[in-house]
Write a protein that binds this ligand. Structure first.
Ligand SMILES: Nc1ncnc2c1ncn2[C@@H]1O[C@H](COP(=O)(O)OP(=O)(O)O)[C@@H](O)[C@H]1O
Ligand SMILES: Cc1ncc(COP(=O)(O)OP(=O)(O)O)c(N)n1
Length: 273
């Protein structure tokens, strides 16, 4: 017998497929989890940057959520781009009625520098969504906004992960090290212990959507019933291979390769057709 787990992403779009909902669904599929999606914002973006953002009316996002929860209740949920305070409050109200694992990727600013979350929402997410989370997965700039101090090394990241749990109320937090120097070290605090997930840093500009993919894999693994530590370990391995076996598509900062893990051990000889 084959068991099927399902996961839902509540996030914005990337028509070029590297980040947002598109990256999440590719990740769910690769981890053999049935993927579902609720769109919050339609984003005109590509590997060169963000051109424009259209926020869907909150009432319509709510309708999409109702469509999902009335039919297929997911085993785990992730949120990515939730641009406004009103969206956050509605999502919190819906999720409070469910008992599912919940991963927050607190997407604030794209690597291209464009804002994906309105300014007031950056503080509000701490009170409204973070306390509901099984895992929060901020990058360094996002963690700095959540905890209100600078993060320049792994010790600071450790302190931030602990504050997100002990002061902001998440069950666990992993502060990603993609924006620091040296090895790419992600620090997880699970409420009791710290765990470190390390990889060599790949010298590449093609890291568009790394955070989306990493958090989507964690969501998929939680949906299958894995522990937070195992889910983060799988997320880290998956994103390391996805970055290493880069596809090199796009004129700017390209996406990662969601089937990179299948090439493990092979020489990196991908050439675009
Ligand atoms: N150049 C790199 N080489 C290897 N791993 C990386 C690199 N850049 C990011 N990562 C990893 O990718 C994941 C996403 O990290 P990060 O880039 O910090 O997030 P975001 O995409 O949200 O800004 C983390 O697991 C991080 O360690
Ligand atoms: C719709 C949407 N959501 C999230 C992001 C940010 O993705 P991230 O994984 O943080 O990587 P970058 O795109 O910032 O490189 C996004 N761009 N779009």
């Amino acid at each position: 017998m084959v068991e099927v787990a399902s996961a839902l992403t509540i996030a914005g779009t990337d028509p070029t497929g590297g980040a947002g909902i598109q990256a999440d669904l590719k990740s769910f599929q690769e981890r053999e989890v049935y993927g579902m999606s609720v769109v919050t914002s339609v984003v005109a973006q590509n590997t060169l940057g963000v051109d424009d953002i259209y926020n869907l009316p909150v009432s319509f996002i709510e309708k999409q959520l109702n469509s999902v929860f009335q039919d297929i209740v997911p085993n785990a949920v992730k949120t990515g781009m939730i641009a406004t305070v009103e969206m956050m409050e509605m999502v919190a109200t819906v999720l409070k009625k469910q008992s599912v694992d919940y991963v927050i990727d607190p997407v604030m600013i794209a690597k291209s520098g464009h804002s994906l979350m309105e300014e007031p929402s950056r503080k509000v997410i701490r009170e409204v969504l973070v306390p509901l989370a099984t895992v929060v997965t901020p990058n360094v700039p996002e963690a700095e906004i959540l905890v209100d101090f600078k993060i320049t090394n792994t010790d600071d990241a450790k302190r931030a992960a602990k504050v997100i749990v002990t002061e902001l109320g998440a069950k666990s937090a992993v502060v990603k090290g993609g924006h620091l120097m040296g090895e790419a070290i992600d620090v997880l605090y699970d409420g009791e212990n710290f765990h470190y997930f390390k990889s060599a840093r790949t010298d590449t500009k093609h890291t568009h959507g790394t955070g989306c993919t990493f958090s989507a894999v964690i969501t998929a693994e939680l949906a299958k019933g894995k522990s937070v530590v195992d889910a983060v370990a799988t997320g880290k391995q998956f994103i390391t291979d996805a970055i290493h076996y880069t596809l090199g598509v796009g004129k700017g900062n390209g996406p990662t390769n969601h089937w990179g893990y299948r090439l493990k051990g092979l020489p990196n000889q991908i050439r675009r057709r």
